[in-house]
Design a protein around this ligand. Sequence first.
Ligand code: NDP
Length: 286
Amino acid sequence: MGQLAKFLLVSICVAYMAVKWTAPSFDQESLRGARVLVTGASKGIGEQMAYHYGRFGAKIVITGRREKALQQVVEKCLSLGAQKALYIAADMGNESDPDKVVDFALEKLGGLDYLVLNHIGSSSFSMWDGDVEHARWLMKVNFFSYIQMAWKALPSLEQSKGSLVIVSSAAGKVPSPFVATYTSTKSALNGFFGSLYHELAMRKSNVSISICTLGLIDTESAMEKVRGLINVPAYPATEAALNIIKTGATRQQELYYPWFTYVMCVIRDWYPPLTNYIMQNSINSP
Ligand code: NDP
């Protein structure tokens, strides 16, 4: 690695640490009784978020397609200390389901303090094969349902000085090979909610928006796709979930987890050849 690259890397790390040290501190008591809707919570990071919210004594509604799995997550949330835990099965590929889910949460919880948008439709880890229909469907699940739910929940979040939490990916900022459609949906989220962030701030809205940029996390579905193909460490889903919750609760604009995803994103703009090298040499063709 050249001197310039080393200098850039050290500077970014120092800047990141400075930002971390000055970040507001998290008080878990602030989540006791908080009314939370988490999407994609039947497994993976969403499931882990549901358990953390449960431990913190929140009132939660979770959603996903598989009723049985949702039921089990709800039971565990209650045993961990959730004041309330309910589920509603929904498919975010259906046009009316995003509204149905928000309506259910508003009715059962009497409003919302947190809307945590986390679900994703399935996509393969493979070379782009020209399947535009799948891309269209994925956009519906991973992007359009997010903006539909955010819009529906906004009046209640305004009333409660609430928070919108968007789970995004480093792939949405630093395009990775073999996930072209997934990457596009995450870029769309970053663009839309980045823009909405300004609009809300400019009209002095009560609602905070947090965009969470995650690197590789050890969920079953992610590991199934990339096992043996990616030479970067996978970070624990439970840690990622806790970091997302803290970011929302402290109303921070952004989360980068693990920390080096931030470095990747900055290098991508400052010195693209380095990210190109890393991308093309840390990922093998499926
Ligand atoms: P999982 O695949 O483990 O979980 C996805 C969730 O979405 C499940 O609860 C699933 O439930 C639900 N879901 C899937 N399809 C639909 C649908 N059509 N309608 C409604 N719900 C659906 O994902 P992860 O936990 O790995 O990822 C969670 C978030 O973190 C995502 O936004 C992802 O982009 C982001 N992320 C993850 C990374 C990783 O390495 N794991 C890396 C970077 C970002 P069900 O099957 O019951 O419908």
